[in-house]
Design a protein around this ligand. Sequence first.
Ligand SMILES: NC(=O)c1ccc[n+]([C@@H]2O[C@H](COP(=O)([O-])OP(=O)(O)OC[C@H]3O[C@@H](n4cnc5c(N)ncnc54)[C@H](O)[C@@H]3O)[C@@H](O)[C@H]2O)c1
Ligand SMILES: O=C(O)CCC(=O)CC(=O)O
Length: 358
Amino acid sequence: MIRDFSYTSLPQRVVFGAGSLQHLGREIDALRARRALVLCTPGQRDKAERVAAMLGAQAAGIFDGAVMHVPIETARDARQAAHNLGADCAIAIGGGSTVGLGKAIALDSGLPILAIPTTYAGSEMTPFYGLTEAGLKTTGKDARVLPRTVIYDPELSRGLPVALSVTSGINAIAHAAEGLYAQDANPVMDLMAEQGIAAMARAIPAIRRDSGDMQARTDALYGTWLCGTVLGCVGIALHHKLCHTLGGSFNLPHSEVHTVVLPHAIAFNAGVAPQAMEVIARALGTPSAALGLYALAKDNGAAVALRDIGMREQDLDRAADLAVSNPYWNPRPIGPAERGLIRDLLQRAWGGVPPVEG
Ligand SMILES: NC(=O)c1ccc[n+]([C@@H]2O[C@H](COP(=O)([O-])OP(=O)(O)OC[C@H]3O[C@@H](n4cnc5c(N)ncnc54)[C@H](O)[C@@H]3O)[C@@H](O)[C@H]2O)c1
Ligand SMILES: O=C(O)CCC(=O)CC(=O)O
């Protein structure tokens, strides 16, 4: 049955395909950029240098200080560098941390971003940004931070370590899974979500078997585009709230925390979102959405317990308090009255036991 819906598409240009980095010059010219600042993490400097070399005189410089969750100090340094170098564009080559740094610059200056993603996080397709100050992560939405152009070149993710490929892929699946029961879900995004989950569920075991399998890398990046688009167009709910709390306030690694929490958050919502569960299970090719997600992580070597990715058991109470104090919309209530249920969910995720519906 088709529900009533409203849908606003976001203005972006996407260039997809193995070797598509070769189109960088054309895409920079289309943005009318003359001096682009190239952003990366320290570990991805070689890729940034390749981009700068391709740009020649259009490269303003390289800022290689991107780190996870965009500390405000890093954002200030990058903004200053963009200003000092007279940049009129930011090119972010890397994962969500690098794209996030580009967003911090765009939020302040309105500089257009050209994103070249090398993980499956999906930030390049969203108008959401995150900034961390004094240990607290705040997220926001602003049209200025939406990258104008995205170049998806699967060749650039060939070297993404297998463990990170698995968890980053599940991070992408999380966007699509929550999009299926989001407050502003719509049939267009439902189609993209199902195809995105299916592409990623195909790609993850194939990449684990052979990290250089370019068909699998292409599937994964296609899934990234689909799932990221869903994240950018419709809302997020309990799962993302828990991950933002655990990542932002307890400094847990982003894609790993998504991987552990997702089966439990989906199980929590299973009773109130049966149609979404059907779609997720069908896309995964398993009878149960929550157990299928748990198996996808475990069978592909990912950690399935918060205790194995740095969470201390004594912090679970505070995490539950934070998660319910300012909840995101969710199809099932998750306010202070549900604190006990959320605490139980976190305990299960901490121990790494299979998800329990209800
Ligand atoms: N705003 C949004 O819509 C949105 C969406 C998803 C994630 N995020 C944010 O993105 C961040 C996480 O992004 P992430 O999971 O992509 O991690 P990341 O960008 O921090 O990358 C993880 C590590 O992998 C390395 N790396 C990246 N690509 C590589 C490649 N191809 N080969 C080898 N190494 C590579 C990076 O240098 C880094 O050390 C978090 O801060 C999260 O909040 C934001
Ligand atoms: O940290 C941000 O930029 C927001 C992150 C977000 O909404 C998606 C995610 O948690 O993967």
